[in-house]
Design a protein around this ligand. Structure first.
Ligand SMILES: [Zn+2]
Length: 371
């Protein structure tokens, strides 16, 4: 009798395990190759490279890191639907996910936000849509933000939370004067209920804008704030200070800026210790190659940073796991569940609606909309 019970228990555990694995597999962010062996594989390849060269080619780097599931955490290619021209390159360079949006805090961003959504509908495994076309000085923005998160967007950004130096962002119509301006405080509280992050552009990365950012982080501890291109015109010491003080702060590392932009000092090595120290809160991005030769070069730079980290486990967190965790923590919204219930009713199919994540719900709905 007792043995029967334990067999039953074991098979129940096995079934639950299989089910969880299925949920994970069904999600848009794909499961990665078996952790240990793939990390060992990278170590072996890196050692071989070190023997032969200290400046690997992009092709060598892609070959080495292709199983990390690299996600570009900051990409503007929804402007003018530029993503269409990049799809092939993302495939070649093993960029397996892209946080996609377009214009920054401008009325025109409403259009590019829609493009990001369309791209996601066509390709839910590749894109993670964010939005930025809301007027944070208008109370109506609260409803806009809620509706877009309900619809299935995963985050807000790139939002101009302060800008007086950037020749582009300082001129955008809907920018905030500081990270607590307008309805931003209410927006922070609202998005925390969805576990959705906000990607902030803040320049200069010092003085009043940073003091207000720190106040925002302290007053909204449940809100995930991602400091966009935190390495731009900033020091590793300041980044260390901010991350040590604020557990809800994440750091978006714009690799191309530090590797290829002369303004970045071409000394990316200086950031490696702080990236390792906060390996659970760094993300990596191209910023669509802003200020450097091309987006391709910005992808190359991401790989150079992963190589400099010289630690496949840390590289994987920064390339994939940290962002994937933020996205996977979001639950299916009421709006998504309503659509899925209707779908169940119309098709006779059933979904495990209580446990569904936003990622899973979004993928099912995208597949249906594709027809
Ligand atoms: Zn940007």
């Amino acid at each position: 009798m007792r043995r029967k019970k334990s067999v039953l228990l074991a098979s129940t555990i096995l079934l639950i395990g299989l089910f969880i694995y299925f949920l994970w597999f069904a999600s848009g962010i794909k499961p990665l190759a078996e952790t240990e062996s793939s990390l060992q594989n990278i170590k072996a390849k890196a050692a071989k490279l070190n023997e032969n060269t200290n400046q690997p080619t992009l092709a060598q780097l892609v070959d080495m890191y292709k199983d990390l599931g690299l996600i570009d955490a900051h990409n503007h290619d929804a402007s003018n639907r530029n993503y269409n021209g990049m799809l092939e390159k993302w495939k070649i360079y093993a960029v397996q996910g892209v946080v996609l949006f377009g214009d920054v805090s401008e009325p025109s961003a409403r259009g590019s936000d829609k493009n990001a959504w369309l791209a996601y509908q066509q390709n839910p495994d590749q894109f993670i849509p964010f939005f930025s076309g809301f007027d944070l000085h208008d109370e109506a923005s609260l409803n806009e933000v809620r509706n877009l998160l309900e619809q299935g967007y995963f985050g807000l950004g790139e939002v101009a939370a302060a800008s007086t130096v950037s020749p582009v962002v300082s001129k955008v119509a809907l920018k905030a004067n500081d990270p607590l301006d307008g309805y931003l405080p209410q927006i922070y509280d609202l998005i925390a209920t969805y576990k959705a992050p906000i990607l902030l552009h803040i320049d200069p990365p010092s003085g009043m804008p940073i003091a207000k950012l720190e106040q925002a982080l302290e007053e909204h501890p449940q809100t995930i704030m991602i400091f966009g291109h935190i390495n731009a015109y900033n020091t590793p010491e300041e980044i260390d200070r901010l991350l040590s003080k604020h557990p809800n702060l994440y750091a978006d590392f714009f690799a191309g800026f530090s590797v290829y932009n002369p303004d970045g000092g071409r000394n990316p090595e200086q950031f490696i210790p702080v990236m390792k120290k906060y390996a659970d809160r760094f993300l990596i991005s191209t910023d669509s190659g802003y200020g450097i030769e091309s987006e391709e070069l910005a992808i190359d730079a991401m790989y150079r940073i992963l190589y400099l980290l010289d630690d496949p486990a840390v590289a994987r967190k920064i390339a994939h796991d940290n962002l994937a965790a933020i996205i996977q923590a979001q639950s299916a919204t009421r709006t998504q569940l309503e659509l899925l219930r209707k779908l169940e009713h119309d098709t006779g199919k059933t979904y495990n609606l209580e446990k569904l994540s936003k990622l899973e719900a979004g993928k099912i709905l995208a597949e249906v909309s594709k027809g």
